[in-house]
Design a protein around this ligand. Sequence first.
Ligand SMILES: [Zn+2]
Length: 471
Amino acid sequence: MAPSDDYAPSSCFGNLFSFKKKQQSASRRSVAAARNAPAPSYYPAASEKLPAYDECVTKAFEHLDVKGNSEIENIVSNAIEGVSDELRTISLDLHENMETGMKEFHAHDVLTDYLESKGFTVTRHAYGMKTAFTAEYSNGPGKRIGFCSEYDGLPGLGQACGHNLIAISGLAAVIGVKAVLESGKASGKVILFGTPAEELSIGKIVLVQKRAFQDNVDVALMLHPAAYHAERGAMIAIHDVRLEFFGKASHASAAPWEGINALDAMVQVWNSISMMRQQLLPTDRVHGIVTDGGKAPNVIPDYTSAFFFVRTTEYQQIGRLMHKMEECFKAAALATGCEVKWTWREIGVTKNVVQNGPMADIYKEYMERHGIQFPTPAEQAATGGGSTDFGNVSFEVPSLHPMYGIHTNAANHTIEFVGAAKTEIAHKDTILASKGLTITAIQVLRDENYYQAIKSDFEKSIRSDNDGLMM
Ligand SMILES: [Zn+2]
């Protein structure tokens, strides 16, 4: 299929967002021309008009003939339902025995042992990370599908992001694809990446740096539980910085004039950032904590430290916030006479997620047939303030990262979500969403036209998103 114009079905997906992208690219060019401009002349807004969404999807499905194939869907459904009880046991185990990033030793062993018992070729401690792994199965030449499992939790909370469910959704998906490969109805390979430390935004960035996805899979998919459904969940870019001020200690009452107050510098930074927020875009985020505020009330603090996160909807915009933050740091040092040091995260920026349109649409179509309702694309673009290291994957291979609801109103990273992540209904929601993700992936193995549409959508998105980091 050779997409020739904006109305050809394959480019319809591109067209779906090309209106928005064209506007963004045009304004980005003008921003790039005036690189010192403090802010871009746009920000992604829910109010932007999108082309007729349903029309595009309908056209594409007609052309690609990717309406539900009941035989394949039965194979996937039976395979996943057949292991549902086992997956439930693993999910509760990971919930009960929560481990934090890069220390998920129990999860690593439970998941790899299970995958080996199901006939996958397992590589433990993959890519130089003790708690990473891969598990693969192939029945011959063809496309290569990658899924991701996560399994780390949050210190002090537990599985407050439901990564126990993400872990088993990856298991379910590869088991579903393997069943189809074994049936002879498709040919190719499936790989599950066990990706540690998502909450620290490390695992997948290391995997990308080591070309784990680029060299081994044609597409990458994963799921994430939430309070809502979104086949194109908005996940934004994030970077972090550690800040230190160095002053001079002195008796805080007898000789305060002899001191240089590092806490004053920190207060100054805090106030500067608070004031700066008025000039940030509504989609920008800056948040942080003071990690050292001094040792004793009767000593002028000679050392203070803080830890900040900055986020923007597109990673190229992070440089703008980095610059503003650094100016606040320098100003506080100048005002107080302190020395200042800041260190941006060495591993680099966690990018926003580029959701692949054609894959999102197949997933959505399957889920809608099973009773799930989705917010509009514009509503989805306006929600979400979270970030994931899967963003860096999504700039390397066509990717999909839907959010799926688990019958809770609780936000991720709350104690209420910890409870929601272990309910029977959340398990059932995970099983359904895993089937939807598997069906989406199977289509890549079976339909070259569909894969070409995926690739074309990916190349368009990445081209317009890869204009470089703006300072
Ligand atoms: Zn999460």
